[in-house]
Design a protein around this ligand. Structure first.
Ligand code: ZN
Length: 769
């Protein structure tokens, strides 16, 4: 028997981030619209050729995007807010304006982009469409039809990929000034899908992949069941098309019973993260429907255990005897995997290479599974090699560090608790730190100027010796601290000129991490990140930041300089994490390493230490039932990292979001002495949370937005500060910006912080009066 082999989608950027270069070249005027189109067409052709070379029998098309697939879907359905309709609509200008904003004085246009939001629990961000009360829909782009024809002309069997109508609306937001929920507009949207799918059928498409990833969320069945039924009943009327309904990133769970009954021709199951669904799915999915078995993990970089996945596949096929066929698929789109392992040869050692699988290798894994069903002997050698690689990772001595495991297992309650309660610590810290009322500080980083980046590049190339580079960094740090002191800030920072990235820096200093050469993954638009790979038990061979912190403190005889660290959950969240032990355990190991660093910083005379956890909220599981367990261990590892110090040492943490109602209780449990938090863009949300939940420790809600070069006036920040004083006792309130200042220029940073200090000084006077 032969079996269909396919993937849900392929990374768009290209083996060498060609798409990034094309679109950024286009934005800067160096690449014409035609060159962008031609380059992208070549990229698609290359990616299809690669998939076909491994023997996939059907290829996804329409998964390509200049910027974002949700933006593509909204644009195609004509969901274009009014403010973009003044932009030239003939080419890509309106599309890119929605993605990244457009400021063009010559034609008098200044529109910000759509809001950006995380795509489920991945590190990809999508553009949030806005649906207005009087929203109209119309087929505005035939991109997916054109790309289908492109693949067809090249001789491939292709399956168009479209974001489904229910998910498109569920992921949208109500436009400003409107009140209807986007999903209420479903009936008006469906004719556009019918029209589009009619074009696909006319072009010769047999199957269409309709992505409805909201099915992996907690859905109100009373709302969503009828919405899905309405949508798919209407789409079923398009003659000649078959629909593969896909959902990924988790189990369908309680949505499975009704989703299985929808009038579609196949249902995809994420059998990596949603394998718990399998038995129910085999029972509930009618026998006339195809089951697409998502057996190869699209969002982590470990080689699949093919024997194990093959056993699952055999089980499904066995259970479906005379039913519709079974397909082999990736669990989700490979968008979340780096392009190919090939460039890593010679960069990573042979053993590590054998453990990894990027998008290209995952395509091969899918093909091997399918081939094994048809003729196991034909892939006996590949299966054997896979088994050897899987075993090598299980047994490698590089993975395990018994001392770390024993230390983690032996911890008791005292390792998670400060010596005294917050109010005791606060009194001691006031005595020793001698900070004024409304202390001022910054979040950590100062501008990474062209000069700083140039010195780093020269050091990496060897043009600058280690000694010369360190001297350069010391000089920058000293300048930065002297400026902060003169400006009147109270708790200073060293500026982080030595760091490129808040996770990479620590990963490079810890055991258990490897770094790829070209393991880029799209984060949003043209931006890519290169996450570190955590392959083994984590330990800290040497202190990571103590020398820098000591030097920085020596530049400031009178004021404390903060030690700056990244927290365990954030390091975990922004890495590719090993899958052979629970994430909580890996986080615990990272926490021990950070704990040792915190204790060493204290011993070196650092009196204020900040452990950033901007990613705690984004690590929240997709289903509410899983929140509690996650929040419990993420709070635990933060406490493990930070509670090894004396009462005198002030622990700060920082969060980059203000929509934290769901995790407020967890934030309180962190037991930090001071939290600084992004706030300036949404005062009300934060204040509302403070009012509901109360907050007894010290807190610095950001007084201005650092994402813009705009300099906030004294009056503007003073008004915000006055509002905060109504909710937060004066003795607990700090004055600080929203976030780090790395991406800003020095002139605006100096002006903004000078104004910020003026706000605090005036507030102190007013308070004393
Ligand atoms: Zn931040």
């Amino acid at each position: 028997m032969s079996i269909k082999s396919t993937i849900l989608g392929f990374p768009r950027m290209g083996s060498d981030r060609q798409l990034k270069k094309l679109v950024e070249g286009f934005w800067s005027g160096k690449v014409t619209e035609q060159e962008l189109a031609d380059g992208s067409k070549q990229l698609r052709a290359d990616h299809w050729a690669l998939q076909a070379s491994y023997g996939l029998t059907e290829l996804p098309v329409g998964d390509f995007s200049y910027y974002d697939h949700v933006l593509d879907a909204a644009f195609a359905a004509g969901i274009i807010p009014e403010r973009y309709q003044q932009v030239d609509n003939s080419g890509t200008q309106a599309y890119f304006a929605m993605g990244r904003g457009l400021q063009n004085k010559a034609i008098g246009i200044d529109v910000p982009s759509l809001e950006m939001k995380k795509w489920f629990d991945t590190n990809y961000h999508y553009m949030v469409p806005e649906v207005a009360d009087d929203q109209t829909f119309s087929l505005h782009s035939t991109k997916v039809v054109d790309e289908f024809k492109e693949a067809q002309a090249l001789g491939y069997t292709a399956r168009p990929v479209v974001l489904g109508p229910v998910s498109l609306l569920a992921l949208s937001k109500t436009a400003k000034g409107s009140s209807t929920k986007p999903l209420e507009h479903l009936a008006k949207l469906l004719p556009v899908y019918v029209e589009l799918f009619g074009l696909l059928a006319a072009a010769g498409a047999e199957w269409v992949q309709v992505d409805e990833p909201v099915l992996s969320l907690d859905l109100d069945a009373a709302v969503y069941q009828p919405a899905f039924a309405q949508a798919y009943t209407e789409l079923a009327q398009v003659a000649g098309l078959k629909y593969l309904l896909t959902s990924y990133f988790g189990r369908l769970g309680d949505n499975l019973s009704w989703a299985a009954a929808l009038p579609v021709h196949g249902i995809h199951l994420d059998l990596v993260r949603g394998s718990a669904d399998l038995d129910d799915a085999l029972e509930l999915i009618p026998t006339d429907k195809v089951i697409s078995a998502g057996l190869i993990n699209g969002r982590n970089i470990w080689k699949a255990n093919l024997d194990k996945q093959l056993a699952t596949l055999v089980k499904i096929i066995g259970a479906r005897q005379s039913a519709a066929p079974v397909w082999v698929n990736s669990s989700c789109s490979l968008l979340h995997s780096p392009h190919s392992l090939k460039p890593e040869a010679g960069h990573l050692d042979q053993e590590t290479l054998g453990w990894l699988s990027f998008a290209e290798e995952k395509v091969e894994e899918v093909a091997i599974l399918a081939a094994a069903i048809t003729d196991r002997d034909s892939v006996a050698e590949q299966l054997q090699r896979n088994a050897a690689n899987v075993l090598s990772r299980q047994q490698s001595e590089r993975i395990t560090r018994p001392a770390v495991q024993q230390r983690l297992a032996a911890l008791d309650e005292s390792s998670y608790t400060r010596q005294a309660a917050f109010n005791v610590r606060q009194a001691v810290q006031r005595e020793t730190l001698k900070l004024p009322l409304f202390p001022t500080t910054t979040i950590g980083s100062f501008p990474q100027t062209a000069e700083v980046r140039k010195a780093r590049a020269q050091f990496r190339k060897g043009a600058l010796s280690q000694e010369e580079y360190l001297q350069f960094l010391d000089a920058e740090t000293r300048k930065c601290i002297e400026w902060q002191d003169e400006a009147g800030l109270d708790v200073l920072v060293h500026g982080e000129f030595e760091r490129t990235d808040m996770v990479e820096f620590f990963g490079e200093h810890l055991e258990g991490f490897v770094f790829t050469k070209r393991g880029w993954v799209q984060s949003y638009g043209s931006r890519c990140v290169k996450p570190p790979v955590i392959f083994g038990d984590v330990s800290r061979p040497n202190a990571m930041t103590v020398d820098v912190a000591k030097f920085a403190q020596s530049c400031s005889p009178n004021k404390p300089v903060k030690g700056m660290l990244t927290g365990p959950v954030t390091i975990l969240q922004w890495s590719f994490v090993r899958d052979d032990q629970p994430r909580s355990q890996t986080a615990g190991q990272i926490a021990l390493a950070i704990r040792d660093e915190v204790v060493d910083l204290e011993a070196a005379g650092i009196r204020v230490i900040q452990v950033d956890e901007p990613a705690i909220r984004e690590g929240l599981p997709l289903r509410k039932a899983d929140y509690e367990a996650y929040l419990k261990w993420s709070v635990d590892v933060f406490r493990l990292a930070t509670t090894g110090v004396r009462n005198e040492t002030q622990i700060h943490t920082h969060f980059c979001y203000s929509d934290f109602n769901e995790i407020f209780t967890a934030i309180k449990s962190l037991d930090a002495d001071v939290i600084t938090i992004e706030n300036s863009k949404s005062d009300l949300k934060l204040l509302g949370a403070l009012e509901v939940h109360g907050y007894a420790a010290e807190i610095g809600p950001g007084l201005y937005d650092i994402h813009s070069p705009r300099v906030p006036s004294v009056e503007e920040m003073a008004a915000r500060f006055a509002a905060l004083q109504k909710y937060i006792p004066a003795e607990n309130l700090w004055a600080n910006p929203d976030c780090g200042l790395k991406t800003r220029g020095w002139p605006e940073v100096k002006e903004s912080l000078t104004n910020l200090v003026a706000v605090a000084v005036a507030a102190r006077k007013a308070h004393a009066a």
